[in-house]
Design a protein around this ligand. Structure first.
Ligand code: HEM
Length: 403
């Protein structure tokens, strides 16, 4: 199968459910391959890492969006969200990122451990009681979604009563992160984006009337203080912080639990030695990455992995494939928390390196150790169902019994 055909397989429903065979077929052609006119896919760890750090590689700008998805301008909400730090290049990117970064320093994250643990314990007790007598519960709905939503809502100052609103809206919006998107998916994404922008427009107004000790208020004040953040940028970054804060972490918890349940001996070691949680979480991130890819365009001609990328190329950086590069990770399809070298690329690299990486790791470490400790008989029950998404890889449902 040539790279173009393999790429098409990756985009197909089967590829979305299990992309790993297609990654290996692409890798057989080299760490960087052309998969179409002006389109390249990168599967190698050092190549993905290097390209993400290269200032000549830029995140999608308006010109790129006009070319790939001209209808985006018809959606005021999607056009607003496109102003977030995630989709902006320096110097605007650095200005916006600096404003939010204060909430994510290692000290601030460490101080959230008790909030995360209390929330995890509450959800575990609720699952234990709902699952009494061997009744199956859905780990995604009952734990993997509500935990990260509660944490990011606490940080942003979003009222607890509003948390259930976001699951559908975020799932709809994040369709735009797929490398190929249909008209119908765009309409759905527009609906989710419209709800989210509307929600934060109201929250911003509320915090302006009555400031609170939260990240929303801090960003509203940065906007109101002068020229540090435009109105669209304010809304865009609030939406992205909320959505990036849970869509991904939900998938770390779901993908990670499924792997632990499939490896009971390794899970048992973690149950007895919670101090190994950081290595376990990093290996879970590597083994089945919650974010499988991101993309960049080359602003000038450059070389990577022995291949020339002409200026204007669209380059897919396959994080999930780089995390299984056998040149860096021997026997990469094996789950092994004792690997000497971890540092998976699941949080990206370079200027857009995930702002919430420390928080996500903390949530994973706290969640898995407490789940294994409190629910030692946790087991799969029935067949889990994957979401049909390549970029944000996770489960729709993950039925378990709690013993
Ligand atoms: C950026 C992954 C959790 C906020 C990113 C990027 C990746 C990523 C790969 C870079 C995208 C790119 O370079 O194009 C993940 C994963 C998570 C996670 C796998 C969970 C396991 C979080 C959390 C937050 C967060 C909890 C909290 C708010 C952000 C933000 C950016 C980002 C704001 C944009 C940073 C920038 O553009 O400078 N994330 N993320 N993420 N993430 Fe996360």
């Amino acid at each position: 199968m040539d790279p173009a055909e393999t790429f098409a397989t990756l985009m197909s429903p089967e590829g979305r459910l299990d992309p790993y065979p297609a990654y290996e077929r692409l890798r057989a052609h080299g760490p960087v391959v052309q998969t179409g006119p002006g389109v390249y896919a990168v599967t190698g760890y050092p190549e993905v890492d290097e390209l993400l750090r290269d200032p000549r590689m830029r995140v999608s700008d308006d010109q790129w969006r006009d070319m790939m998805l001209p209808q985006w301008r018809d959606s005021p909400a999607l056009s607003t969200i496109a102003r977030s730090m995630l989709e902006t290049n320096p110097p605007d990117h650095s200005r916006m990122r600096r404003l939010a970064a204060g909430a994510f320093t290692p000290r601030r994250i460490a101080a959230m451990r008790d909030v995360v643990a209390a929330q995890a314990d509450e959800l575990i007790e609720a699952m234990a009681s709902a699952g009494r007598g061997g009744r199956p519960v859905d780990f995604m709905a009952d734990f993997a979604y509500p935990l990260p939503v509660a944490v990011i809502c606490a940080l942003l100052g979003v009222p607890a009563a509003d948390r259930p609103l976001f699951r559908r809206w975020a799932a709809d919006l994040t369709g735009v992160l797929e490398p190929e998107i249909t008209w119908d998916e765009l309409v759905v994404a527009d609906a989710g984006a419209t709800e989210l922008v509307g929600y934060f427009t109201e929250l911003v107004a509320a915090r302006r009337r009555r400031p609170a000790d939260d990240l929303t208020t801090a960003l509203v004040q940065a906007h109101d203080a002068g020229d540090r953040l435009t109105g669209d940028e304010l809304l865009a970054n609030l939406v992205v912080l909320l959505v990036a804060g849970f869509e991904t972490t939900t998938n770390l918890l779901g993908n990670g639990l499924a792997v632990l349940l499939a490896h009971p001996a390794a899970a048992d070691v973690l149950r007895r030695h919670p101090e190994h949680a950081p290595a376990y979480v990093d290996e879970l991130l590597r083994y089945d990455s919650p974010v499988q890819l991101t993309s960049r365009t080359s602003s000038e001609t450059l070389r990577a992995g022995g291949v020339e990328l002409p200026a204007g190329s669209w380059v897919l950086l396959l994080l999930g494939a780089a995390n299984r590069d056998p040149r860096r990770y021997p026997d990469p399809a094996r789950f092994d928390p004792w690997r000497a070298l971890l540092s998976p690329l699941s949080f990206g690299a370079g200027p857009h390196y995930c702002l919430g990486a420390g928080l996500a790791r903390l949530e994973g470490q706290v969640a898995f150790t407490r789940l294994l400790h409190r629910l030692p008989a946790l087991a799969l029950s029935g067949t889990p169902r994957r979401r049909s998404r390549l970029t944000l890889r996770g489960y729709e449902t993950l039925p378990v019994t709690v013993g």
